[in-house]
Design a protein around this ligand. Sequence first.
Ligand code: 0WD
Ligand code: CA
Length: 396
Amino acid sequence: MGKTLPITSRAKTTALKQPKELFTYTRDIEGEYHYNANQSHDHLPYFYLPDSKVDNRIDLQSGFKNFKKISEEANMSDFEPLLNAIMQYERDEVEDKVEGDIITFRGIMTRLMSIPYSPADALDLVIVPFDGQLFINFNTEVELKRRKEQDDRTRQTSPREKYEYIKKCEYSGYKFETIATIPQPWKDVSRKYIDSRHKKPVNNYEQFLSVIKTGIGPVKLVLAGEVDCCWDYVPERTSNSLSHYVELKTSKVIDSNNQLLNFEKKLFKTWCQCFLMGVGKVVYGFRDDQFVLRNVEIYQTEEIPVLIKENPLNSLKQNQATKVNCTSALKWYGAVVEWLNGAIDKNDESISYNLKYDPVKKILSLSETSQEFNGRLRNGGLLVEEFKKWRDEKKK
Ligand code: 0WD
Ligand code: CA
């Protein structure tokens, strides 16, 4: 039996809980995960990029050939470390299991939230009910295949220079992270480190992950997401640390109305990403066609909806149809989360679900799946035996 939700659905209210950090974990340069309990904020980088550095015309493509890049496969099989981290948190820090109706990655909720404004992007998720909670991940096999096909298509249909340009755009985002952050607070970092940052090899293995609790309407969520860096300091009560976090982004300098509208779409997605986790600030590095960093702009997450709303280009008739609206996106998100929460029996562990967004029909559909996602370790696998055993023992 299938259930559907049209993308025109909106919740009536958008009562939101302020997100709070529960705990953090990290991935190191070898791809190993560490649950570091209280010390893990030591691994959170700090933002440091004075204007005088930007004036030096930093090259965001240098070192491209030496990019230490994690494979999509490895990056996607990362549900297990989250479960391990939850297990350690439950064992070492709290008496009970972590509270929440839905447990997933922030990136997945960002994708769901932005569907009405990216209606051409398909999405395939897997939902596994277990122990009164819904665990949600990408349907990794489908998602990996889609990404690979997309990459092959670009490679085959565009000239080699164009393909390389696209790859360099991706690289420049990680390069910006490397040149805009320092590993410790400024007072603890040597001048030498700061002055040679532009030569540091770039990788996307290292991640600092924050696991937070939040809620919309009656539904409680636990979300895990990557945090790029810290603005100033991590407060003593680390549950209040989210507003001190920063999301780093790069984009092309804006020099036409069309580019501005494009940027606004990106800014909207970034807002979803940060808003969902309570990340306080966004820093955009703007680069030119030669990948030279030209200027840097800082946004407070909470001011972004206003900026988007007040953009004069939006009142032009031809732009009305595609106009992004943060409040409406939030109401859509509320509708999706409430629908999922009501449609699935969280205690019936015999059924797993597929949640698909179909870009042709423009609906979200939920269907029971015969595939075994519960307990499978490989692609698409979600819950692992150790986690299930841990929770089962807790119940006794
Ligand atoms: O299927 C899985 N098991 C999933 C794993 C689903 C969702 C996430 N993850 C893992 C990935 O390692 C992901 O990188 O968790 C990490 C963080 O999750 P998230 O914060 O929920 O992811 P998202 O919000 O989509 O992206 C945050 C950052 C990105 O920053 P930008 O500025 O590009 O939004 O995570 C990084 C990237 O820095 N990231 C990746 N790094 C390497 N390979 C990838 C990727 N494919 N995707 C995102
Ligand atoms: Ca980023």
